[in-house]
Design a binder for this molecule. Structure first.
Ligand SMILES: CC(C)(COP(=O)(O)OP(=O)(O)OC[C@H]1O[C@@H](n2cnc3c(N)ncnc32)[C@H](O)[C@@H]1OP(=O)(O)O)[C@@H](O)C(=O)NCCC(=O)NCCS
Length: 313
């Protein structure tokens, strides 16, 4: 019996203040709308106000509740909660996933966190889908929640204009009809640790850019080749939303038409692990994903770690 992790629903948390590029200038950042748009495509992003006491577990739980409500699932039916985040409620432990478990009342689940920066969704989906593939779990929630504003240095214009806050969750369920996650690939290169790190985000932008435009197309090709599929089989590419130039370069390199590439970085900025599930939610709302479609998700993040998943919807 081959079990695959089918994506049943995608939920999203809506919170914070919408700050456009001029709003950053008003907050004292030495930048301009023209610079940010032309270099990144970003027009606005959501920030949780600094005095708002909510934590990642709160916005993550809100996203998961939204997904559960859409699916009509009882939280007690979850076997596991995997949380991808770079701002866990506690620096060491417990896992934010356990706090989310308590907040949504998922008493039969186990929870654990994944640290893979902007590749958190792709790595988390790899882990969560494998729990299902080996028969250990039937229902798993992957929660991607980020409060990047908490780790941004607003005196560093090289980084603070590129990120936003966001949270989204996907619900996965064992399927035997051939749909679900068909495969995933992950790679990392620890020699690139110094080009992107935190507690306050610090980045060599050009080096990160080079890594992203090289590795995202390469790992996409590698995954498709392993699954004996071609780029023409992909219905929708949902790449990590860091920068419009990286997204376009990846699409061009792969030879995939722009109408098959999901883009919403202009409205959110880079919400790290949450970009892909937020984009999936929007694609579903816009009727851009149908049952049977092949959806390819690909990301790169601090580590550097990069990866891709192919999902038959
Ligand atoms: C960061 C990034 C947008 C910069 O673009 P770029 O084309 O490399 O930058 P440019 O060389 O055109 O511009 C750099 C200049 O702009 C200035 N600058 C940097 N940030 C600025 C800002 N927010 N506003 C105005 N000017 C800025 C720099 O000081 C520099 O000026 P200088 O040449 O006088 O020293 C680009 O490198 C990038 O997208 N990198 C990847 C970032 C990313 O996505 N990270 C997360 C991945 S998960």
């Amino acid at each position: 019996m081959i079990f695959r992790a089918g994506v049943v629903e995608v939920g999203q948390a809506h919170f914070g203040e919408l700050v456009d590029n001029d709003g950053l200038v008003q907050r004292g950042v030495d930048t301009s709308d023209e610079w940010i748009r032309s270099r990144s495509g970003i027009e606005r992003r959501w920030f949780l106000p600094a005095d708002d006491p909510r934590k990642v577990s709160d916005v993550g739980a809100e996203a998961l509740r939204d997904a559960l409500a859409r699916a009509g699932w009882d939280a007690n039916s979850l076997d596991a909660i995997v949380c991808a985040t770079s701002q866990p409620d506690f620096a060491a432990y417990p896992a934010t996933a356990c706090i989310i478990q308590e907040k949504v009342g998922a008493r039969n689940a186990f929870g654990l966190d994944v640290t893979a920066a902007c590749t958190g969704f792709v790595a988390g989906l790899n882990i969560a889908s494998n729990y299902i593939a080996v028969g250990q779990c039937r229902r798993v929630a992957l929660v991607c929640a980020e409060l990047n504003s908490r780790i941004l240095d607003f005196s560093d214009r090289n980084t603070c204009v590129l990120f936003g806050d966001g949270a989204a969750a996907v619900l996965l369920e064992a399927r035997e009809d051939g749909s679900g996650v068909l495969g995933s690939e992950l790679r990392s290169d620890g020699s690139l640790v110094p080009i992107l790190d935190a507690p306050l985000i610090r980045m060599d932008g050009k080096a990160v850019y080079r890594c992203a435009v090289t590795e995202m197309p390469a790992i996409t090709r590698s995954l498709l080749q392993r699954l004996d599929l071609g780029i023409e089989d992909v219905s929708l590419l949902v790449p990590h939303q860091a920068n419009i130039r990286i997204i376009q370069s990846t699409g061009d390199n792969l030879g995939i038409p722009s109408e098959k590439v999901m883009v919403n970085v202009q409205n959110y900025g880079n919400t790290s692990s949450a970009t892909i599930p937020i984009a999936l939610r929007q694609a579903l709302d816009e009727g851009r994903i149908h049952p049977g479609d092949l959806v390819l998700t690909v990301a790169v993040g601090a580590g550097m770690i990069w990866g891709a998943n192919l999902i038959r919807w």
